[in-house]
Design a protein around this ligand. Structure first.
Ligand code: SAM
Length: 203
């Protein structure tokens, strides 16, 4: 997976590659999918949702430019896999999932596997998790027409947000927004992706 799906497709950040190597993806998928855990594709995790393909997880984690002391918000915990990868690079990860069953399963899995710096909450991630804001990095693992305003508000100065934006048959653009000191945002389009929808009040 590391060589074929990540390095050969352009992932270069060693910390991301090490984290992807360290997290056992087979523990985040259903037993019947374990033989496909290291294929480069999404897999079902219940509630009509998916664990994202490894390349896209690595791409988003690299794109959000994490530092060791960073506080991260993830929207769309799903299986908890991306949260585990993020937690090996950053200081803390707060992750929000709208499906109660997925949030509970991810919380248990992350605890069992020892990812002690991750907290998972069931809720509407389009509203962020204001108690722990501001965040140095925000990763949104579901697509919407626009960046939810509460997420921009919860980003620290200098912070980065990575999210699939847009809708329609062509999927979304993966965008990176940066909050400048004056509270202005710059946006870069990184490439095409196809994510499940972000469903929520500010989505
Ligand atoms: N990062 C996940 C992983 O590693 O398994 C995969 C995320 S999956 C592609 C997208 C997730 O976003 C789904 O679990 C879905 O229920 C969740 N989601 C969609 N809208 C949401 C919202 N408003 N708040 C929180 N989670 C949301």
């Amino acid at each position: 997976m590391l060589r074929r799906h990540l390095v050969e497709r352009g992932i270069t950040d060693l910390r991301v590659l090490e984290a992807m190597a360290a997290v056992p993806r087979e523990r985040f998928v259903a037993p019947e999918c374990r033989n496909r855990a290291y294929d480069d594709g999404p897999l079902p995790i219940g509630e009509g949702q998916t664990i994202s393909q490894p390349y896209v997880v690595a791409w988003m984690v690299e794109a959000v430019e994490l530092g060791r002391e960073d506080r991260v918000l993830e929207v769309g915990t799903g299986s908890g896999y991306a949260a585990a990868v993020l937690s090996l690079i950053a200081r803390t990860v707060h992750s929000v999932e709208r499906h109660a069953a997925l949030a509970e399963a991810a919380r248990g899995r992350l605890r069992t596997l020892g990812y002690a710096n991750v907290r998972v909450r069931r809720g509407d991630g389009t509203l962020g998790w204001s108690e722990h804001a501001p965040y140095d990095a925000i990763v949104v693992s579901a697509g919407a027409r626009r960046v939810p305003p509460p997420l921009r508000e919860q980003l620290a100065d200098g912070g980065r947000l990575v999210m699939p934006v847009g809708w329609g048959w062509r999927g979304q653009s993966l965008v990176r927004e940066r909050r400048e000191r004056a509270g202005n945002f710059t946006r870069e389009k990184l490439g095409r992706v196809r994510f499940v929808p972000l469903i929520g009040e500010a989505g």
